[in-house]
Design a protein around this ligand. Structure first.
Ligand code: 5RP
Length: 229
């Protein structure tokens, strides 16, 4: 799913500024996506060049591979109880710092890691910001529940589409072996209420509404970083 119109420079500024938050001895949530990847690379440089002592908790298989290649010491999700700081991207962020995530189909693990963080920082470019969330909400579903969850999403006013793989025939399969329904709801005026309804749907493993979770949003611009709190 194509989700962004930001430039690499904007993403890099956001990611690198957020990486500066990582202190010696920290357990760091490593987000997924092209913006979070700039933070991962910056943390890796600090490990290599400054001897920064961290353990990274990756939010996806792709991020684990990147962090491993870049030389960040890793811990798996089931080894940690808390995370000091998590740095993660988003597909859209509203003025209240609520976010839609899951453009990379990683939102289930992302939500676990980001929720476990003392400090959760979203890194984004200006194309991701909006007064009101209105992008499609990714919903990870157990494969057998795709039809019943889709029916419930329609009852909730949504228009779900099974996410297809871009490079091969068939659906996207998440790192957890599940499917993703991208659900259009139009403008989401009450994200907390919709999030509660989605969470209560049997067969919904996790949805991409991150409500009241982010502590800060770093928006990379053409000449700096705007910090939203
Ligand atoms: C993955 C995510 C990503 O953080 C989100 O899609 C943003 O990605 P990018 O920085 O590449 O635009 O939620 O599940």
């Amino acid at each position: 799913m194509k989700t962004t119109g930001g430039t690499d420079d904007q993403k890099r500024r956001a990611g690198e500024r957020a990486a500066d938050l990582v202190t010696d001895g920290a357990t760091v949530g490593l987000g997924t996506g092209s913006t979070a990847a700039f933070a991962v690379r910056a943390i890796a440089r600090a490990v290599e060049e400054d001897g920064l002592d961290v353990r990274g908790v990756p939010t996806s298989f792709a991020t684990r591979e990147l962090a491993r290649e870049e030389g960040i010491p890793l811990a798996s999700l089931d080894e940690v109880e808390t995370v000091d700081v998590a740095i993660d991207g988003a597909d859209q962020v509203d003025d209240a710092l609520n976010a839609i995530k899951g453009g990379g189909a990683a939102h289930a693990r992302e939500k676990i890691v980001d929720a476990a963080a003392e400090r959760f920082v979203v890194v984004a470019d200006p194309s991701k910001t909006a007064a009101t969330l209105d992008r499609a909400v990714p919903v990870e579903v157990l494969p057998d529940a795709r039809t019943t969850v889709a029916a419930r999403l329609r009852e909730l006013g949504g228009d779900p589409t099974l996410r297809s793989a871009e490079r091969k025939d068939g659906p996207v399969v998440t790192d957890n072996g599940n499917l993703v329904l991208d659900c259009e709801f139009g403008a989401i005026d009450d994200p907390a209420s919709l999030a509660a309804d989605l969470s209560a749907t049997p067969g919904c493993v996790e949805h991409g509404l991150f409500v009241g979770m982010a502590d800060e949003v770093y928006v990379g611009t053409d000449d700096g970083v705007e910090v939203r709190t």
